[in-house]
Design a protein around this ligand. Sequence first.
Ligand code: ZN
Length: 132
Amino acid sequence: MEYSIKTSKPQEFINITGIVNKAVKESGVRDGIAIVFVPHTTAGVTINENSDPDVVKDILSALNKTYPENNGYLHIEGNSHAHIKASLMGNSSTVIIENGELKMGIWQGIYFCEFDGPRNRKVYIKIMKDNA
Ligand code: ZN
């Protein structure tokens, strides 16, 4: 399944746990895995704290301090910082589905990570059922 996400800032973390949850419910799969894949080179996906919104702000702030926008990069497009951050966060997350629910820690959320927005983005979600 393919989902569209419209980001509104140059850089932001968007909680997409609800989208993944909906995909699980719609699939009817009780036990299996959900794979979330981001098909972009300047955006990624990560799982982290969903309770205090300052946590993802701190992650972004730390990434920006470590990988500033201008740092003598060679890439002519001028967005190497975004490529680096996307690689660090990763392109996919996998979550176990148990009894029709995402089996995640209570404080965890799945975040789409925009590093070169705002843009129209996509997320691919694959729900797979256990064979057993
Ligand atoms: Zn680029």
